[in-house]
Write a protein that binds this ligand. Structure first.
Ligand SMILES: Cc1cc2nc3c(=O)[nH]c(=O)nc-3n(C[C@H](O)[C@H](O)[C@H](O)COP(=O)(O)OP(=O)(O)OC[C@H]3O[C@@H](n4cnc5c(N)ncnc54)[C@H](O)[C@@H]3O)c2cc1C
Length: 654
């Protein structure tokens, strides 16, 4: 963590928000008439988006929710490895690691010969080396708390405006026939009614450049843009309960998928704190168009069902912390923005939907919260870049294109997963029964490990993601996938660390330069030539797109990994770009250069980087690899960024 750049400051270095007068409550004021971004919904999608936008004090952001305050308990709890990587960028992965349950192994139970259940398998939950982070379980409400801290402490100092329900949305159509030039500045008008406190009943009107509906499965924003969720109707009822219980079931502190012969299935999810456990319990098949609420299912019924499925083991529930019943269904929206399908070249999006507003599915694969947060992360930096004049508005089309495709994959996966989980177990050696062999379910679970860990996401080539022309230079940094961190040693102070952890959720692009085998002090080397170009040449993206008044790394954070051992290289032999002068006091940033960490696996070997040629790995602000180019392909690098970046961004008055 770097701080004191603009002078010594006392207090918590994570708090960057401007100080407010004592007693001031930023969230309870009247909403402003006009904002840059209005987010509806304080679930995981909305809070991730707001946390990203909180990094930019020059963007006027507001986030509202109909609820009176933050979520207290319940809902989702699975946090995938990829999500933990994102939490690292937001600065709170350690808090989650400390508090959460770590899912190390998953157990599988199937019907035994005597009509009870028996353990049929136990596997490592996450493939070794998939991420530096584990798969963990933590209450969604705690995840919200951490994001609320990021928002509150970020440079923009954001607080949600609770107790506001979105009533109505209207969008001004572009006046000109080609749309773009005549686009109104604040095209969206939202009406919200206050539902809390002395102002209850008052209607507020807010005009906004962008409206983002993170308002869940029954999204009013989605309806306002005329979009619908399409998909299977739900016909299987499930119950979920978080309980404090005493049991002799031996795997109660393991994630366990249990299929009984006649009584249905249970998924055991041990929870944070050592005592709490979540049980997902299969209940009834529903009739067509029947809602689970009509069944009046009680928590006692959930407990009795769990006790039957777990036989011969006992379950004595001492306290129910939270419970709910729901139907399983897989539903997806065709687009995640307001652009008509037949007008994608003429119209720019100004309303978006994210999270459950665009896709719903069963909760047992633990994907809802994770995919929703990744939606918010994907959209946040794009909105910020466009509003701050750093990128062309056309990049906003990539949000729906990228995230709707991921949601489609999720729906396809979930349909199979939910069907296998709910199917009657097929008995060994009996071929004519319907149902699923528990061994097949276990295999499917293991095969889909990368998908459920969130690391399988691959974005297709677009304005902001290049064709993988130079993939051979770094075969395990796959273009379109997330930048997979590795241990390195920081040159200036010999600190072993994860390379990916140098990147924070600050909206900047990363250029990771992996040097070739030449002595990095050699001024004729490719590394020197590249750094001189990046720092001085008019065609360099750093020169073209970084405002003259900003620090040299304000838009592009250039980092280098040398092949040499950190004891043989010296920071003073390297190009000035790698120890840049920054801030009000013109201080030196010593944290740009890294060396391989031979004790924890050489990054050049582990990521299959061509040692003789090296390469540049271009990483987007949301940690996805956008391009790989040779060290001397400076024109190609410049062309890539010129395709979507704008001159003279950042300095804007809000
Ligand atoms: C009751 C419930 C139980 C769940 N249980 C599980 C579970 O057991 N396991 C699991 O993995 N997932 C579960 N989920 C799903 C998981 O919580 C979601 O996938 C995840 O929260 C999606 O995040 P989101 O931000 O898209 O939407 P949400 O978390 O649904 O957040 C939407 C927010 O928008 C607000 N809102 C809605 N309409 C308006 C409006 N008109 N005006 C203002 N505000 C509005 C809501 O109050 C809410 O705070 C559950 C969801 C719910 C609602």
């Amino acid at each position: 963590m770097q701080f004191h750049l603009n002078g010594y400051r006392t207090g918590d270095p994570a708090v960057l928000a401007p100080s407010r007068p004592p007693g001031a409550q930023p969230g309870s004021d009247k909403l402003p008439d006009q904002v840059d971004v209005l987010i509806v919904g304080c679930g995981p999608a909305g809070l991730t988006l707001a946390s990203q936008l909180a990094a930019f004090p020059d963007i006027a952001t507001r986030i509202v929710d109909q609820k009176p305050g933050p979520l207290q308990l319940g809902q989702a709890d699975g946090i995938a490895c990829r999500t933990m990587e994102m939490f690292q960028a937001f600065g709170f992965s350690e808090r989650v690691l400390k508090e959460a349950y770590w899912v190390n192994e998953t157990c599988f139970w199937e019907p035994g010969d005597d009509g009870t259940i028996k353990r049929s398998g136990r596997i490592q939950d996450t493939e070794a080396g998939l991420s530096e982070f584990p798969h963990v379980i933590l209450n969604q409400a705690r995840v919200h708390d951490f994001f609320l801290d990021v928002m509150r402490n970020g440079p923009a100092g954001l607080e949600p405006d609770y107790g506001r329900v979105l009533l109505d949305v209207s969008i001004a159509q572009p006046a000109g026939s080609n749309g773009l030039a005549a686009e109104p500045c604040f095209p969206v008008t939202a009406k919200l009614r206050r539902v809390e406190g002395p102002e209850a009943g008052q209607v507020e009107t807010v005009r906004t450049r962008y409206l983002v509906g993170c308002d869940g499965a029954r999204s009013a924003v989605r309806k306002a843009i005329g979009r619908e969720l399409h998909g299977d109707s739900a016909n299987q009822a499930w119950g979920v309960m978080d309980v404090l219980a005493v049991t002799d079931f031996p795997d109660i502190r393991f994630k366990a998928a249990i299929h009984s012969a006649q009584d249905g299935s249970v998924l055991v999810i041990p929870r944070e704190g050592g005592y709490l456990v979540r049980l997902y319990i299969e209940l009834d098949k529903l009739q067509a168009n029947e809602r689970v609420a009509q069944r009046n299912i009680t928590v006692d019924r959930l407990i009795a069902a769990a006790q039957r499925i777990l036989r011969p083991y006992t379950l004595d529930v001492k306290e129910v912390a939270w419970w709910s019943v729901y139907e399983i269904g897989q539903r997806l929206c065709d687009r995640f923005d307001d652009v008509p399908d037949n007008d994608t070249s003429g119209r720019l999006p100004c309303v978006f939907i994210a999270g459950d507003a665009g896709h719903t599915h069963s909760p047992k694969a633990g994907q809802g919260m994770n995919v929703s947060m990744q939606d918010g992360f994907n959209l946040g930096w794009k909105l910020a870049s466009v509003i701050r004049g750093q990128a062309v508005p056309a990049i906003l089309h990539t949000y729906s294109a990228e995230r709707q495709a991921i949601a489609q994959e999720l729906i396809d996966f979930d349909r199979t997963f939910a069907r296998m989980f709910s199917a009657t177990p097929r008995r060994a050696g009996v071929s004519d029964t319907e149902g699923v062999d528990p061994a097949e379910f276990q295999r499917y679970f293991a095969q889909q490990g990368r998908f459920t860990a969130g690391t399988a996401t691959t974005y297709l080539p677009s304005l902001i993601s290049a064709e993988p022309t130079h993939q051979a230079l770094a075969r395990s940094f796959v273009v379109g996938t997330r930048f997979h961190s590795m241990p390195v040693v920081r040159l200036a102070d010999g600190r072993p660390m994860e390379l990916g952890h140098a990147a924070t959720a600050d909206g900047r692009w990363r250029l990771y330069i992996f040097s070739d085998a030449t002595d990095p002090g050699n001024r004729l080397s490719r590394l020197w030539h590249l750094c001189t170009h990046l720092a001085e040449d008019a065609g360099s993206p750093v020169v073209r797109f970084t405002p003259a008044t900003s620090d040299v790394d304000a838009v592009f954070d250039v980092r280098v990994v040398l092949q040499q051992d950190h004891r043989t290289a010296s920071i003073s032999d390297l190009p000035a770009l790698l120890a840049p002068r920054k801030g009000r006091l013109n201080l030196v940033d010593y944290e740009k250069v890294f060396c391989t960490d031979s004790r924890n696996g050489d990054i050049f070997n582990m990521r299959a980087i061509d040692r003789s040629l090296g390469c540049i790995v271009v990483v987007r602000p949301d940690q996805y690899i956008a391009n790989i180019v040779p060290l001397d392909a400076v024109e190609e690098l410049g062309r890539f960024f010129a395709g979507f970046m704008e001159h003279g961004g950042i300095q804007r008055s809000s």
